[in-house]
Design a protein around this ligand. Structure first.
Ligand code: FES
Ligand code: FES
Length: 137
């Protein structure tokens, strides 16, 4: 696609870390977000190790090329980072790295929201697990 940066096209045509993790695994956080303006949907999952570092990240995006590229890029960025570091990732950094055109800025917002939602889901599961251990069946 002319007018799009090489990095954008690369991440769109060869997305990294496509797939799913087991959402019921206590070490996995799942973020599912949608963009109201276009209806695109992004699922992003992280697996967090005992040290609180993101060991693995996967995504599935039902959306435009910029959303696919944004999610592909952030799955690479979050790996090896702590949750706080992952939360500090800004959509503007994603947009800058991929040279997204202004009309595609919301696609990178989706990626930032998906990370935040995945971290929140993981933290919610941790808190719930600490309070109430699952009943033995
Ligand atoms: Fe051109 Fe995805 S194929 S940006
Ligand atoms: Fe909506 Fe890209 S056009 S996420």
């Amino acid at each position: 696609m002319s007018g799009y940066s090489e990095k954008l096209v690369d991440h769109c045509e060869n997305p990294r870390n496509v797939g799913s993790l087991d959402k019921d695994d206590p070490s996995v956080g799942t973020g599912l977000v949608g963009a109201p303006s276009c209806g695109d949907v992004m699922k992003l999952q992280i697996r967090v190790d005992e040290a609180g570092v993101i060991a693995e990240a996967k995504f599935k995006t039902f959306g435009c090329g910029s959303a696919i590229a944004s999610s592909s890029l952030v799955t690479e960025w979050v790996k090896g980072r702590t949750l706080d570091q992952a939360l500090a990732i800004k959509n503007t950094a994603v947009a800058e790295e991929l040279a997204l055109p202004p009309v595609k800025l919301h696609c990178s917002v989706l990626a930032e929201d998906a990370i935040k939602a995945a971290v929140a889901d993981y933290q919610r599961k941790r808190a719930a697990g600490a309070e109430a251990p699952p009943p033995a069946v």
